[in-house]
Write a protein that binds this ligand. Structure first.
Ligand code: NAP
Length: 492
């Protein structure tokens, strides 16, 4: 049944209450804007940190760097935080900054259409609610549509089989025989956790991954008390020159597949593998056949230890099919299993879809995004006025924290919308020419990055070109620091 229409148009409508949507909500309050809502499809905020609850979930960005710059957190338990603690952090921040009343839960956007005459977006939810808003912030996330593998017989498995982002609480993994299919950050973290809990863990690796060693340690109660008393200690960790020089070096290195930094990363990963895995047969299985950092690099302090625990077996042969009692390999080997976790990644090119978005002249986002999702400097779309994306297409900047990327994108958006908030204009969008020039240069640069060096990964768009920011971190920070006026048109 259709519900009541919101009487007055809103200033902003934010789609998604994950990390980026919470950021937008807080920043809007900071601008003194109260006429906005955040539509969240689920019954709880947190995005990826709500959806992912698998054993071993951690973030591969150090905890104090994976915090909003305006909401430092003295309570992080470790150098790398667990997913559970990160989820709790976002819930607390949303509460502390008073944005919970602005969030409409269980409100999945179905349709989002621009009314050219009124310069307003009409937004409807799958539940039949309707809203009108001058500006839309699409903060709907990147990695949130699970990609299920097309493996024969999956439906015939007699035990529990589910995607890593849809953890089945009724599945028993302790003391059980568990298969983990997939070797991205998720599969690696799962195997780490299950290696000491399950009777047997079979790690199915279609493509082994390079592992970058990182430290992990717990913060003591004394350290946390010191952080509470003196936030500059947290700032010092956030500005740690070793961390930043590593991440800058890395991010600059990926812009060129032949850079010395990439060679260095390769050497570090290779040496780490050789030091940690002495058995030549296992080492051969764990050695990728593509250069390090071609797929998103995995940071781990424990995988090579965990994978050598007695309970764990690495399987690199091809999977023939799934049978009722386990997994049959192409060479006939059979792995009897009680549970199968599909750590097979996400459809990274969906973004706000399946919601239908329609811009000027009735042009659909699906049409605009054919053959690939794209956004001007990762944030705006020509023909889609007053529509802004956080962590949208071409946002990933190396292994940089997405939280920092979102904060910088917000600063860019805040400058773009200032004339609208001042009543000097009703709409803003990038010119087609500016966007076309950006995309041409971006694609040319993206092909030279290490992500385009010939391996498959979720970074690649449907045509096989890396869908990333290809020029390094400083270029991104510079681009986000001030929109180029000539690249935009404002309508009265
Ligand atoms: P992913 O990196 O896309 O990895 C998917 C894995 O599944 C790959 O090993 C892939 O093999 C395998 N796979 C897919 N289909 C398969 C099939 N039909 N048969 C066998 N294997 C198959 O996904 P993810 O591990 O969920 O990670 C995605 C991203 O999420 C990460 O790169 C990271 O950005 C983020 N993440 C971050 C953290 C963190 O610590 N912050 C934790 C988890 C995830 P191929 O490589 O051969 O395709």
């Amino acid at each position: 049944m259709a519900k009541q229409q919101t009487p007055a148009p809103l200033r902003f409508l934010v789609i998604g209450a994950g990390m980026s949507g919470i950021l937008a909500a807080i920043k809007l309050r900071g601008l003194g804007v109260e006429e906005y809502v955040v539509l969240e499809k689920a019954g709880m905020l947190g995005g990826t940190w709500r959806d992912n609850r698998y054993p071993g979930l951690t973030c591969d960005t150090p905890s104090h760097a994976y915090s909003f710059s305006f909401a430092l957190n003295p309570e992080w338990d470790g150098y790398y935080a667990t997913g559970a603690q990160i989820g709790a952090y976002f819930r607390k921040v949303a509460d502390d900054f008073g944005v919970m009343p602005f969030i409409r839960f269980n409100s999945e956007v179905a349709d989002c259409a621009f009314d050219e005459e009124r310069a307003l977006w009409s937004v409807t939810t799958t539940g039949g609610d309707s809203y009108e808003a001058q500006m839309v912030i699409a903060a709907s996330g990147v990695l949130h549509h699970p990609k299920l593998p097309a493996i024969e017989g999956l439906e015939n498995f007699a035990g529990k089989a589910f995607h890593s982002a849809r953890w089945d609480d009724s599945a028993v993994v302790d003391g059980a025989r568990v298969g983990v299919i997939g070797c991205g950050s998720t599969g690696i973290q799962l195997v780490n956790a299950l290696s000491s809990r399950s009777e047997r863990v079979v790690h199915f690796q279609r493509s082994p991954q390079w592992i970058m060693p990182v430290p992990q340690f717990a913060y003591t109660q004394e350290q946390k008390a010191a952080f509470r008393a003196d936030p500059s200690l947290i700032e010092a960790i956030r500005n740690d020159p070793i961390y930043w020089s590593n991440i800058y070096r890395f991010t600059d290195g990926i812009t060129d597949a032949n850079s010395p930094q990439i060679r260095e990363i390769q050497e570090i990963c290779q040496q780490y593998l050789e030091e940690k895995v002495k058995d030549p047969e296992l080492r051969a299985k764990l050695t990728p056949n593509y250069p390090a950092a071609c797929k998103r690099l995995i940071y781990s302090w424990e995988y090579y230890d965990c994978v050598q625990r007695p309970a764990v077996a690495v399987e690199t042969g091809g999977i023939a099919r799934i049978e009722a009692q386990g997994v049959r390999m192409k060479d006939g080997t059979f792995h009897p299993l009680d549970v199968i976790v599909l750590a097979t990644g996400f459809n990274a090119d969906s973004f706000i879809r399946p919601a239908q978005v329609t811009g000027r002249g009735g042009r659909s986002l699906d049409d605009f995004w054919s053959p690939r999702p794209t956004a001007h400097r990762s944030v705006t779309l020509p023909g889609f006025p007053n529509f802004f994306m956080l962590n949208g297409p071409t946002s990933p900047v190396g292994n940089f924290p997405l939280i920092d990327i979102a904060e910088r994108q917000w600063d860019y958006i805040a400058q773009l919308v200032a004339p609208l908030l001042a009543g000097e204009a009703s709409a803003v969008e990038p010119t087609r020419e500016a966007h076309a020039a950006y995309e041409e240069a971006r694609i040319a640069a993206a092909k030279k990055t290490i992500f385009g060096a010939g391996c498959s990964s979720w970074y690649l768009d449907p045509t096989g070109i890396p869908a990333t920011w290809p020029w390094g971190y400083q270029a991104f920070a510079d681009a986000m620091s001030a929109p180029v006026p000539a690249e935009f048109v404002y309508s009265k």
